[in-house]
Design a protein around this ligand. Structure first.
Ligand SMILES: Cc1cc2nc3c(=O)[nH]c(=O)nc-3n(C[C@H](O)[C@H](O)[C@H](O)COP(=O)(O)OP(=O)(O)OC[C@H]3O[C@@H](n4cnc5c(N)ncnc54)[C@H](O)[C@@H]3O)c2cc1C
Length: 265
């Protein structure tokens, strides 16, 4: 690990000021991804600005048809929140299925979406539920936020403050987890929202994406049968030592059908 200065800010404004004054400063939420990459010298920072300690970023609140989760909220807190379980139960289930207890206790929603690992679970929820990412500079619709493998719309020094989820009519998420890490080999979130059916796929390609053909089919008939024979663009699917793209595409079909089967009545 290269030498760096640890900064424990008292506020988002202080964190933003440190970032503005130091071009090589990095934000840290739970450190679950950032610290291992720094230890391997794959990442470097002049200052590590630990926004994960800020209470103002750890709030969960429901306001009518919207659920807002602070960026430093851990997966464990989301999984065990009665507010989340009541408003959007699929989010609690998804968070409870991330990694292992240690990862869930330190990992956060803000760090997960800012990192945008192509196999992470939260991107499927944020995109599939049509959420909005709120930063210290602007609001970014999920459809614009995720821009491919480890890439997002965030600018240098931009801080994710919270994620605002519209409460869906119903939603379900099913993933085929990698047995070693729990990351999705393929994970599909199906949601009936106020603006129609949304289907988001993670783990299968170079980043989370919407399966628009499935959305159209399920809008006509919300049944697993409606998905049978639907086209899937194989070029969107990743191929690596874990699986061929054909296998991932098949997993995507199966996970989508299971998610439809798990939708609450
Ligand atoms: C063994 C293991 C298993 C895992 N399994 C899963 C799994 O099954 N599913 C899954 O989805 N994830 C999994 N993860 C990832 C985990 O869920 C974490 O969310 C992820 O590692 C990010 O960690 P973090 O939240 O601590 O963010 P950090 O590591 O602190 O930060 C990650 C990135 O986000 C940036 N960042 C942090 N906070 C902000 C902010 N507020 N605004 C802007 N940028 C910010 C940082 O600068 C850094 O680039 C696993 C991780 C490990 C180590």
């Amino acid at each position: 690990m290269y030498e760096f200065r640890y900064v424990r800010p008292q506020s988002v404004a202080e964190a933003a000021a440190v970032l503005a004054a130091n071009g090589d400063a990095r934000l840290m939420s739970g450190g679950m991804t950032l610290l291992p990459t720094m230890k391997q010298r794959l990442a470097q920072a002049s200052h590590l600005v630990h926004v994960g300690v800020l209470d103002e970023l750890r709030q969960i609140a429901r306001d009518g048809d919207t659920l807002v989760i602070g960026s430093a909220t851990t997966h464990d807190a989301v999984a065990n929140s009665d507010v989340v379980r009541t408003a959007i139960p699929v989010l609690a289930k998804l968070a409870g299925g991330i990694g292992d207890p240690q990862v869930r206790y330190m990992g956060t929603i803000g760090g997960s979406i800012a990192n945008n690992d192509p196999a992470a679970d939260y991107p499927a929820a944020v995109l599939g539920l049509g959420a909005t990412v709120i930063t210290d500079r602007r609001e970014i619709a999920a459809d614009d936020f995720f821009q491919g493998m480890f890439s997002t719309a965030l600018e240098d020094g931009e801080i994710v403050l919270k994620v605002s989820f519209p409460v869906p009519r119903r939603a379900a998420y099913v993933k085929f987890p990698h047995p070693a890490t729990g990351y999705a080999m393929s994970g599909v979130l199906v949601a009936e929202t106020g603006s129609g059916v949304r289907v988001a796929v993670t783990g299968a390609g170079n980043g989370v994406f919407r399966w628009t053909q499935a959305e159209a089919a399920l809008a006509g008939s919300m049944s697993a049968a409606a998905l049978s024979g639907l086209p899937l663009d194989l070029a969107r699917f990743a191929q690596d030592i874990h699986a061929t793209r054909e296998y991932r595409a098949q997993l995507c079909r199966v996970m989508a059908a299971r998610a439809v089967g798990e939708l609450p009545a």
